[in-house]
Structure formats: structure tokens, C-alpha cells
Design a protein around this ligand. Structure first.
Ligand SMILES: NC(=O)c1ccc[n+]([C@@H]2O[C@H](COP(=O)([O-])OP(=O)(O)OC[C@H]3O[C@@H](n4cnc5c(N)ncnc54)[C@H](OP(=O)(O)O)[C@@H]3O)[C@@H](O)[C@H]2O)c1
Length: 428
């Protein structure tokens, strides 16, 4: 029977999840046997959920990566630079295929590592780096080569989706829900990478590079998160038939590939609006195909380790296929910063002082830039005399909306900055 011998660096959630999968591989459908040559992590004597003492320990991940007995190097340490990058480079240079779950490393150095893999005639695989257990990399790279992708969009961070879903469900503020999520293990002790949108940005950059054969240029990805979302945004949007979610999207435009992560308001019957809690979902829109949506667990030891194992299983018959599915004859595109001539409807939320003419002043300021009101709800003023107003606009350009927003901020009746969130058209 064929066998693949692994060096595993990183023994945290995913690393230990992988080892426990390997230890019960008799139940799986792998093409052959998987063996562990050695393991590496930061602290040798740390208590772990699996017993790693029975495996040969390496203090240095790079030494393990180039060890003569290692057929495949598995990098599960994390971090875009430092030991993870060095060990992966070392493995590729030594002619060893690499499997990694490290989205930051691939989003920032993926193109360089891909070139190194190609030079050395080995595979670089990273299914687990995007949406954990959802097999979107393989689908985009290998199954959808016969379509021209126009847009890839999705909910790519379970923590952010959990927060917005749970705030609306429970009626609790952002801080309260985040604290509970940390207690329940749905959010990291330091949630910055997730709530800032950066984690989703790493993932959408990788998917966009594959989907559009685009050179990965992470600096061009525009990123914002959910830290500023307030409960009234979600509640008032709900009353207008909208759900606010953090959406990552890559769009093919005439100028290039626009890649961004930002909150969007989705009509309740939108395919992505129904994704609640910590799930991930990715929707690929392409000509001749229509839309394909994949949904599932985007994180966690089990789902992520299963994606790593799926990549390992492909390496029983290595192909040294381009990591991003590229071939020389492909039309190569570039990432482009977001543009303002895009058009959409918008969800707006604002607090106005409870004075006569305040609402008329607001709608006039919007109209002065061609932004007209489709739906509006206004609540009675609170004890401080602030009256919450939420608006759904008709479709207008993002440029007009930006200018209208600047004008609104200058109105004396406006109490705090207007919240402006684009609405994604219904997609089923
Ligand atoms: N967790 C998920 O659900 C998930 C989902 C998709 C992708 N990923 C990706 O998978 C990778 C691993 O994630 P994880 O959740 O398993 O992380 P984790 O639980 O924090 O584990 C990281 C492991 O790497 C080791 N490590 C960290 N820095 C190191 C260094 N400088 N030198 C040597 N070893 C080092 C740690 O060693 P010690 O244990 O000794 O400290 C630990 O064993 C990351 O790239 C992450 O983005 C994770």
C-alpha cells in the first residue's frame, strides 16, 4: 500500500485535529497510509489534546521541513512571516510538497511561494486556508475552469457573522455579544484579526486570485470590519427587510479585479442573508453557469483538519499543478482598488435632533446629490431628544452617496455620523 510520510509543524487546534484524524485513519477513505515522521511547535512540554510524545520532536520547523524522511511538509503554525514562511520556503526548496492552512501567509506571499513550488516541481496546497471545511479552493481551481467567473462573494468570517446574527437575535450590544462569544470559544481572546475584516480579506484575496487568474496584491484589498456596528443598525435594517453582514467580495471589472471586505445590507430573501451564526458561505457567479453556493463550517479543529487531510490525500499522486490553477496561456489580471462609479441602493441610519424641519433638511441634503428615498422609518425621540431614522435609498452611484454623506454631516440637526451601508441586490 502507498504511504505518505508527514512532518507537521504547529500543534494547536488544527495540528492536533490533524493528528487525531491520522490516528483514526482506518475510518477514512484515504488512498493509502499516512505516517508522522516528526512534529514541531513552540513549546515542547505544553499539554495538548493529543499525546504528541510518541512522535519525534523537532525544535525547529525548518529542520523538520527538509528532513530526508519527510514526503510532505504540513505547516499549521500561522503568521504571514517568521517561522511559518521560512519553513514553507525551506520545504519547497528541498523539493517537498507543502500543505498549509495559513491564509495570511498565502494572501501575502502566495504568488512568491507558488513560483518557488513550480521551480522545484512540487505542489503547494491550501484548501484549509479559506473557509475551513468548505472545499472552495478545489472547486474554484479545478472544477470551475470552464466558466468565466464574474464575482465571488461570501461570508468568510464566522466570528463576525456570529456577532451580527447574535446581536439581532438577543438584542444585546456588540461588546456584550463579543464577550459571550469569547467565553463560548466562538471568538479569539484577541479578536482583532477577525472583527477588523482582515481574516476575511486574506481569504477573499486568495479566492479572487484563483477565480480571476489575478496577481495577488493584498495592498489593493479594501478592508473594514464589524467593530463599529451598533445594535440600532441591525434592528432598524431588520424593520426595513434587510440583514447587515460582513461580506467579502471579488468582482471582475473593466479596470481589474476589485477585492473588498465591508458590511453590506442584504434583503432578507438574499441567499447570503440566510446564513446565520458561525457558518461560512461562498457564492460564485459565472457566465454560462449562473451561481453556485457552498456553505459549511468555516473554522474549528475538525473541519479545518479534514480540509488539510483532503490536500494530503491528493499528494499520494503529486501533480505539481499550479497552486492557483494558472497556466501560461491564461489571461492574467491585476487587483484594482475599489471604484466609485459603482451603483447600488443604500441603507442609511442617522440620529436627528427632534426639531421641526430636521427630516426635511436631511432628505433635501440627500436629494441635492441625486440620492432619493425609497423607504424610511423614524422612531420617537429618546430622552436626549435624538430621533433615530433609517432610510433605504433608490439606486445611486457610490460617488453621489459619498458626497451626499459629506453634506449631511454638515447639517446642524445631525447628532452623530450617518451610517452608510450598500445594499446587495437580491440573489437566490
Ligand atoms: N483554528 C481554525 O479554525 C483555523 C481555520 C482555518 C485556518 N486556520 C489556520 O491554521 C493555522 C493554525 O491555526 P490554529 O488555530 O491551529 O492555531 P493555534 O491553535 O494558535 O496553534 C498554533 C501552533 O503553532 C505553534 N507556533 C506558533 N508560533 C510558532 C513559532 N513561532 N514557532 C514554532 N511554533 C509556533 C504553536 O506552538 P505552541 O502550541 O507550542 O504554542 C501552536 O502549536 C493558522 O494559520 C490559522 O490561520 C485555523
Amino acid at each position: 500500500m502507498k504511504k505518505v510520510r508527514l512532518g507537521i509543524a504547529g500543534l494547536g487546534h488544527v495540528g492536533c485535529g490533524l493528528i487525531s484524524l491520522i490516528e483514526r485513519q482506518a475510518e477514512l477513505r484515504l488512498p493509502g497510509r499516512v505516517e508522522i515522521v516528526g512534529v514541531s511547535a513552540r513549546s515542547r512540554h505544553r499539554a495538548r489534546v493529543v499525546d504528541v510524545d510518541k512522535y519525534t520532536w523537532f525544535d525547529d520547523a525548518a529542520t523538520l521541513a527538509e528532513h530526508a524522511d519527510v514526503d510532505v511538509f504540513v505547516e499549521l503554525m500561522g503568521g504571514s512571516d517568521g517561522p511559518a514562511k521560512f519553513a514553507v520556503e525551506t520545504a519547497l526548496k528541498a523539493g517537498k510538497p507543502v500543505v498549509t492552512a495559513n491564509k495570511a501567509l498565502i494572501a501575502i506571499h502566495g504568488q512568491m511561494l507558488e513560483a518557488l513550488a513550480q521551480e522545484n516541481g512540487v505542489d503547494l496546497m491550501f484548501e484549509a486556508a479559506v473557509a475551513g471545511g468548505v472545499p472552495i479552493v478545489r472547486v474554484l481551481r479545478d472544477s470551475l475552469t470552464g466558466v468565466s467567473v464574474q464575482r465571488v462573494s461570501g461570508i468568510l468570517n464566522g466570528t463576525c457573522n456570529y456577532l451580527t446574527t447574535e446581536m439581532l437575535r438577543s438584542g444585546q450590544d456588540y461588546d456584550e455579544v463579543l464577550e459571550a462569544a469569547q467565553r463560548l470559544g466562538y471568538a479569539e481572546a484577541d479578536p482583532t484579526l477577525d472583527v477588523s475584516g482582515m481574516d476575511a480579506a486574506h481569504k477573499i484575496a486568495i479566492l479572487s486570485s484563483i477565480a480571476f487568474t489575478a496577481d495577488l496584491d493584498f495592498d489593493k484589498v479594501s478592508v473594514s470590519g464589524v467593530e463599529n456596528i451598533q445594535l440600532p443598525d441591525l434592528v432598524l435594517a431588520d424593520r426595513l427587510g434587510l440583514r447587515i453582514k460582513l461580506i467579502a467580495e471579488g468582482i471582475l471589472t473593466d479596470a481589474g479585479v476589485v477585492c473588498r471586505v465591508a458590511t453590506k445590507a442584504l434583503p432578507v430573501d438574499h441567499a447570503l442573508a440566510r446564513i446565520n451564526g458561525a457558518e461560512n458561505t461562498i457564492r460564485v457567479e459565472a457566465d454560462t453557469l449562473g451561481a453556485v453556493t457552498l456553505t459549511g463550517p468555516g473554522a474549528g479543529a475538525g473541519p479545518t483538519a479534514s480540509a488539510v487531510m483532503g490536500d494530503i490525500s491528493k499528494l499520494f499522486t503529486p501533480t505539481a499543478r499550479s497552486a492557483f490553477g494558472r497556466a501560461e496561456h491564461h489571461l492574467v489580471r491585476h487587483f484594482e482598488a475599489a471604484q466609485l462609479d459603482e451603483r447600488s441602493a443604500f441603507f442609511l441610519r442617522i440620529k436627528l435632533s427632534d426639531k421641526s424641519g430636521a427630516l426635511a433638511g436631511l432628505t433635501e441634503a440627500l436629494a441635492a446629490h441625486g440620492v432619493s428615498v425609497d423607504k424610511l422609518v423614524q422612531d420617537s425621540a429618546d430622552e436626549a431628544g435624538a430621533s433615530p431614522v433609517a432610510i433605504v435609498t433608490h439606486t445611486c452611484s457610490w460617488r453621489d452617496m459619498n458626497q451626499a454623506s459629506d453634506r449631511v454631516s454638515g447639517l446642524a440637526s445631525v447628532i452623530d455620523e450617518m451610517r452608510v451601508i450598500p445594499i446587495d441586490p437580491v440573489a437566490n
